[in-house]
Design a protein around this ligand. Structure first.
Ligand SMILES: *C/C=C(C)/C=C/C=C(C)/C=C/C1=C(C)CCCC1(C)C
Length: 231
């Protein structure tokens, strides 16, 4: 196996493309931070942290993939265990920018997100049976969805009148529901396929596309909401 990206390596291509897009988004957010309403600046900082931390992990993940042709499970989950809670913090800040919110909301979103990722990690690393890991992960994700659609976070959002915060909350909620759904689909396509399938390629392409959509689209939604609320 060569140490360079080969023209036929489609999975490797998605690693490099996502890496560069994450770098570009990070630079953009950091420069634009000073051009938005000050109450949105913390949100932009967190968005830049998400894409910046992910860019570092993609730098290592693409190396692992190109050098060994196998899934960089450890780097993948270290990235997620940092960036997913940061995205949850972002929900909190979107609400806090316009309303008084209790910190219990933060924990009610944080704890299930950690359960979700531990389930996935144990399943992928072979510590737990992949099906058991998947079920634990799904439970965590469904708790988050419940909280943002019917729990306190959603009630606070519904009761505040700021248009751009409403926009950001609803769009981020759609990302967590539909964008995040790509991950369990990737896991299922990877681990619940027949023997001999090209499952590792599928798994990595789907995860990379999911990160591209969820980290970059997520950040640009925050940016757009901040712009709506500026000037
Ligand atoms: C930036 C990284 C993000 C937004 C990662 C999100 C990851 C998930 C939503 C993973 C979800 C999973 C399940 C819902 C079931 C079990 C397997 C996982 C961990 C892939």
């Amino acid at each position: 196996m060569s140490n360079f990206l080969q023209p036929t390596d489609i999975v490797g291509f998605t690693y490099f493309a996502t890496f560069m897009a994450l770098v570009a988004t990070t630079v953009f957010l950091l420069f634009e931070r000073s051009n938005v309403n000050p109450k949105w600046q913390t949100s932009l900082t967190i968005a830049a942290l998400v894409t910046g931390i992910a860019a570092f992990h993609y730098y290592y993940m693409k190396e692992v993939w190109v050098e060994t042709g196998s899934s960089p499970i450890v780097f993948r989950y270290i990235d997620w265990i940092i960036t997913v809670p940061l995205q949850i913090v972002e929900f909190y800040f979107i609400l806090a920018a316009v309303a008084v919110v209790s910190s219990s909301i933060f924990y009610r979103l944080l704890i299930p997100s950690i359960i979700m990722l531990l389930g996935g990690y144990f399943g992928e690393a072979g510590i737990l049976n992949p099906t058991v890991g998947f079920i634990i992960g799904m439970i965590g994700w469904l708790i988050i969805i419940y909280e943002i659609f019917a729990g306190e976070a959603s009630k606070i959002n519904a009761s505040n009148a700021n248009e751009s915060s409403q926009y950001a909350f609803k769009t981020v909620r759609a990302i967590v529901t539909f964008g995040w759904a790509i991950y369990p689909i990737g896991y299922a396509l990877g681990y619940f396929t027949p023997e001999g399938a090209d499952w590792e390629n599928t798994l990595n392409i789907v995860y990379n596309v999911a990160d591209f959509v969820n980290k970059i689209a997520f950040s640009l939604v925050i940016y757009q909401a901040a712009k709506m609320d500026t000037k």
